[in-house]
Design a protein around this ligand. Structure first.
Ligand SMILES: *Cc1c(COP(=O)(O)O)cnc(C)c1O
Length: 497
């Protein structure tokens, strides 16, 4: 059962510095066919101490490091709220086409009509999926989408003579970026508790609906993986009080092509292309957090956006929405991600996206059903694409982190830990639609075995992981006393200090 592939059990390879041999080279430069010219002194350093190595030493070193990593392409990655789904490889091929990869952001729009067509197509698709009047691809992360939307809300209130509206309601299950974005946009974040069913407490929302209300940030499904059952009432309360409803669209994997947030009354929402639309994220690639907006906020969207006029020449051009809050990123964001997301949406079509959403929900409910006897689910109702259980099996004193570290010995990436904050020892599990039943079963078996160990052999958990290149780390020390260069860590004897 335990994953003991050799790459996990061999000792760490010697560092490149330890392998260095004076005079060894990885490449031989061709003889210069131009006259020698001295390099500027300031750039020549005799003391840089770089290792001297052959090409195969370098290749093996980095390949080996890459194999110590874990990603969606190496194993099951049920990291809740992150949607770590399969990233189709055809999207990589498309993003690498020279016509996309080799263009320059300062090129004249007439020479990059294909790229603009893709951007326009993606804007249109996100409008359709979200039920919005307009979309902007500017924000380069979900968190930046949040900030951007709140700046739009602020600008709109100011235009209406409502600049005194300074409060944003943020549910206690919200992602940490929500209150941070509210603060960065110049608002006060007001925490709203959850009720016994894991919904936003509607009475608390009602009580906070006064003339200082700027808006609410709603994640639906929320980070408990639950559909906000009274979303209609919340939207109505907030709108009646003169506020806007911001949608955190990070969890759109459960709703895509099933529910249009704009039709639920969401005024503006970010999409995470690197979650819902299968573009790589984490170490695998940069993010993208486009916004969709309803009619009341559309003109405040950041620009440039791409407009299409079939009668004009060129047909696609950049434009700035009427009352745009301006740019949020240099040029046009992480363009390669836009190509990948567009390819994904077009390859699946509405029916495929809908099937994916349904399968994501089915898989999460299957795992919830298999695990909840050992890992209690405090808000236990039909979940969407993820669920949150307690990482403390009955009769044990295990902690979520122990369960997670032990899971690594079975070759699985741990779920999200200790979030949302309202579930003790939270384990937030999101299997996604792209896993087979065999994988889900293997994960469930591992989790159930770990629960038994938590009672019978708790030290096995406390000391885990056992099969990884590096065992349990002191994560607090690692964060507080960061060593960011190789040389700073190395004493004169070459030992890591
Ligand atoms: C991931 C996530 C975000 C932030 O998105 P980034 O792209 O990581 O900045 C916001 N809210 C929720 C619920 C998320 O899961």
């Amino acid at each position: 059962m335990t994953n003991t592939s050799p790459k996990h059990t061999e000792p760490l390879e010697r560092t490149l510095y330890e392998q260095s041999v004076a005079g060894r080279r990885a490449i031989t430069l061709p003889k210069a066919d131009v006259p020698d010219a001295p390099l500027p002194d300031a750039q020549l350093r005799a003391d840089n101490g770089l290792p001297e190595l052959s090409e195969s030493q370098i290749v093996r070193h980095y390949l080996r490091l890459s194999q110590m990593n874990f990603g969606v392409d190496s194993g099951f990655y049920p990291l809740g709220s992150c949607t770590m789904k399969h990233n189709p490889k055809i999207n990589e091929q498309l993003a690498r086409l020279p016509g996309f990869a080799s263009i320059h952001p300062l090129q004249d729009a007439a020479t990059v009509q294909g790229a603009l067509e893709i951007m326009h197509g993606l804007q249109e698709a996100l409008k359709e999926i979200g039920g919005f009047a307009a979309a902007s691809l500017q924000p380069v992360a979900g968190a930046q989408g949040e900030l951007t939307a709140l700046l739009m809300i602020r600008a709109c209130h100011a235009d209406r003579g409502q600049a005194h509206r300074d409060r944003i309601l943020v549910p206690d299950t919200a992602h940490g970026t929500n209150p941070a974005s509210a603060r960065m946009a110049g608002f006060l974040a007001v925490e709203i508790p959850s009720d016994a069913r894991g919904n936003v407490d509607i009475d608390a929302v009602r009580a906070a609906c006064d003339d200082r209300l700027a808006g609410i940030m709603l994640t639906n499904p929320n980070t408990l993986g639950l559909f906000e059952e009274r979303i209609g009432d919340i939207v109505e309360l907030v709108h009646a009080a003169g506020g806007f409803v911001y949608g955190d669209g990070a969890n759109m994997n459960a709703l895509t092509a099933v529910v249009r947030p704009g039709e639920l009354g969401i005024d503006v929402m970010h999409f995470n292309l690197h979650k819902t639309f299968a573009t790589p994220h984490g170490g695998g690639g940069p993010g993208s957090g486009p916004l969709g907006a309803g009619a009341r906020l559309a003109e405040y969207l950041p620009g440039p956006v791409v407009e299409h006029d079939p009668a004009a020449d060129p047909r696609y051009r950049f434009a700035r929405p009427e009352r745009s809050i301006g740019r949020m990123t240099a040029f046009h964001g992480n363009f390669g991600m836009l190509v990948r997301a567009f390819a994904y949406i077009r390859a699946l079509g509405a029916a495929g996206l809908r099937t994916n959403a349904a399968d994501a929900v089915l898989n999460a409910n299957y795992l919830r059903g298999r695990l909840k006897s050992e890992y209690p689910v405090p808000f236990d109702r039909l979940c969407m694409h993820e669920f949150v259980s307690e990482g403390r099996p009955e009769g044990s004193s295990a902690r979520a982190i122990d369960i997670s570290k032990r899971l690594m010995d079975f070759g699985f990436h741990p779920p999200t830990n200790y979030f949302p904050l309202i579930v003790r020892e939270a384990l937030m599990i999101e299997p996604t639609e792209t896993e087979t039943k065999e994988t889900l079963d293997a994960f469930a078996e591992a989790m159930l075995q770990i629960a038994a160990e938590a009672r019978d052999a708790p030290e096995k958990l406390r000391e885990a992981p056992h099969a990884t290149p590096v065992s349990r780390l002191d994560e607090v020390k690692a964060a507080r006393e960061r060593i960011v260069t190789d040389r700073a860590a190395r004493g004169s004897d070459g030992e890591i200090g």
